[in-house]
Design a binder for this molecule. Structure first.
Ligand SMILES: [Zn+2]
Length: 264
């Protein structure tokens, strides 16, 4: 049985000197936040290095950032110097390499991509206009921060849960559609989602993107290897040489890299 303390006892208790754990924890927390804020400022690089771009590109905006996106210590990636930047594999089994750095450049519409894919991307979108679609092809999603990818993933999980699935079911389903934060190609700036009012645009891209170094990254018949259900809008830059070989042999990036590995 519980006995309630009466008022005098309680005030006695209050007067007793106690070790100030609360104060110490609060102080440590404030110090930790200060260090974190200070360090995040230190990571930012100024925009002065923005290169001058050629005037041939049809839609140029100048904003550029340098960001570090490597986040996961347990990444299974080989070190970056061992692989070509355009062939970095990021999928459900391979996290973004540690300390991965990108120089971002903005494309029409406000999305950003790795500056190294800017020119081929613009050339591809320009060429894609020949189809005379109702709406011009456009990048609707390029580079994503960890926070943005996390939000997309959480929203998907919530949506599936609302539809009556359990949390673990919802997470499994979300993984098939939006990659798990830390495991998305969008986070290395080499992937773009392209919209098109007509589906024909996607057929055009499937047949022509390799000429510009881009691949149809998630065809439905490769889901078992890529871990992602068909996404007709998602294109990944790998360079013309690799893209052409993959197009001609019908390989996805996972297969192409495995083949290269065997050849070595
Ligand atoms: Zn995508």
């Amino acid at each position: 049985m519980q006995v309630r303390n009466d008022h005098p006892r309680r005030s006695q208790k209050r007067r007793r000197k106690r070790f100030p754990w609360g104060d110490i924890v609060a102080t440590l927390l404030v110090v930790a936040i200060c260090v974190y804020v200070f360090m995040s400022f230190g990571e930012k690089t100024p925009d002065e290095e923005t290169p001058v771009r050629g005037t041939s590109a049809p839609t140029t905006t100048q904003a550029q950032d340098n960001v570090q996106v490597g986040i996961l210590a347990e990444s299974t990636q080989p070190t970056l110097s061992d692989i070509d930047w355009n062939l970095v594999l990021v999928n459900h089994e391979n996290a973004i390499p540690e300390n991965y750095e990108i120089n971002l450049v903005e494309v029409a519409g406000g999305e950003k991509v790795d500056e190294r894919i800017y020119d081929p991307l613009m050339e591809m979108l320009e060429a894609a206009k020949e189809g005379n679609w109702d709406q011009l092809p456009m990048v609707v999603s390029g580079y994503r921060t960890q926070a943005k990818q996390q939000k997309l993933f959480d929203d998907k999980v919530a949506k599936y849960q609302n539809e009556g699935h359990s949390k673990s079911e919802a997470e499994e389903m979300a993984k098939q559609w939006g990659a798990v934060p830390g495991y998305s190609e969008h986070q290395i700036g080499l992937a773009v989602d392209i919209n098109g009012a007509t589906y024909d645009l996607y057929f055009w891209l499937q047949e022509n993107s390799y000429k510009y170094g881009f691949i149809f990254r998630y065809p439905g018949y490769k889901t078992e290897l890529t871990g992602v259900a068909e996404e007709v809008w998602h294109y990944r830059y790998v360079g013309v040489e690799a893209a052409t070989e993959m197009y001609e042999k019908g390989l996805c990036l996972e297969e192409y890299l495995a083949e290269r590995q065997e050849e070595k």
